[in-house]
Design a binder for this molecule. Structure first.
Ligand code: AHG
Ligand code: MN
Ligand code: MN
Length: 338
């Protein structure tokens, strides 16, 4: 029988080979993975454990919170607060960062997360997930504040997501490629099932919420028109469309077989640069996608180079197979220059 490599073993071996995962970071990643395992169990119990439906509250962005948004958030907070590896946490579901209670030691890392991504899919039993990003608290800081989180994505030490679908998978990068682990429900462990995920540069699949088409700006409109024209148009091949409406699930498909995912800014609210959040959605996904050989931009700029100004800042996202992301980015540059 093939040897099963656990998450712990993978992390220990990565530290031995490349020195990328010191003990404290390994502890952090294992604790996050354990929390994701708990969230996966809650998700799979669904209505049996009263997990579905609205929580009756709103988050900082004015979105209705689902019960699972709240449960996943507290699962991650409780799992991570006591280990001594974190300085603070920030979440889509919390206005302000969560500082580690005084009774616990403070560590050197900052953890950001979207505890439950794809909220609109919870009640209809479609794949959802958790997204996370790890940064280092700048040297010499003893009281972490929002400004210390505001680091470009290129400074992430690790990032990943868990997708809760037909199986639960944990997809992780520490800056040396991307590995994926499948949750073995019998042993309760995350087992390595793909040591190196890789996104093909070419693709025939795209993902965008086409109901917003009338609000799109010209470069996105032109790009999607080209894809729709298929083999009779300038791109010379037919494309297919997929939109799960859980970023985690759409990105997971792209990590597995390629494609391009788009959530552009549009003319509905010109001051709002897209729907997705930079710090705990776009940055971790951009890090993963680049580490798997793909690309990620906001239309003009590499996502990982953006200097964040706000914790809950939104950003336009184009990510996935390199040839398509480069093409749609070039269309934006051309439109900007014109
Ligand atoms: P969240 O559930 O964390 O608020 O994120 C939802 C996001 C993302 O997962 C998805 O790609 C997008 O919203 C779906 O947007 P539409 O409702 O416009 O399809
Ligand atoms: Mn989300
Ligand atoms: Mn969410």
């Amino acid at each position: 029988m093939a040897r099963v490599v656990s998450l712990t073993q993978y992390l220990v071996e990565k530290q031995r080979e490349k020195g990328l995962i010191p003990g404290e970071l390994r502890l952090l990643l294992e604790v996050v993975a354990r929390a994701c395992k708990r969230i996966s169990l809650s998700v799979s119990k669904g209505a049996l454990a009263g997990m579905l439906g609205d929580a009756g509250t709103e988050n900082v962005q004015g979105e209705v919170q689902k019960k699972l948004d709240v449960i996943a958030n507290s699962t991650l907070l409780e799992a991570n607060e006591w280990g001594g590896h974190l300085a603070a946490m920030a979440s889509e579901e919390m206005d302000e960062p969560y500082t580690i209670p005084n009774r616990y030691p403070m560590g050197e890392f900052l953890l950001l997360f979207d505890p439950l991504d794809g909220s609109s899919n919870i009640d209809v039993n479609v794949s959802i997930g958790t997204i996370f990003s790890v940064l280092k608290l700048p040297e010499g800081i003893s009281e972490p504040k929002i400004e210390h989180f505001l680091q470009p994505g290129a400074r992430q030490l690790a990032a990943g997501y868990a997708v809760y679908g037909p199986s639960s998978q944990l997809v992780l990068t520490v800056g040396d490629g991307v590995a994926s682990f499948t949750l073995d429900r019998e042993t309760g462990s995350w087992s390595l099932t793909n040591p190196r995920m890789s996104i093909p540069a070419q693709t025939r699949e795209y993902a965008i919420n086409a109901s917003n088409a009338r609000h799109w700006y010209p470069p996105v409109r032109q790009y999607v028109d080209e894809l729709l024209a298929g083999s009779t148009g300038s791109r010379g091949k037919d494309y297919n469309m997929r939109w799960v409406a859980s970023m985690v699930a759409d990105v997971h498909r792209i990590m597995t077989r390629g494609g391009i995912f788009m959530y552009p800014r549009d003319a509905r609210e010109p001051d709002k640069p897209g729907k997705l959040r930079l710090m705990y959605e776009a940055n971790p996904m951009a890090f993963l996608v680049e580490q798997a050989g793909g690309a990620a931009t906001d239309g003009t700029t590499r996502i990982l180079d953006i200097q964040p100004e706000k914790l809950h800042q939104r950003v336009a996202v184009f990510l996935g197979s390199k040839s398509e992301v480069d093409h749609v980015t070039a269309l934006h540059h051309k439109a900007g220059a014109g």
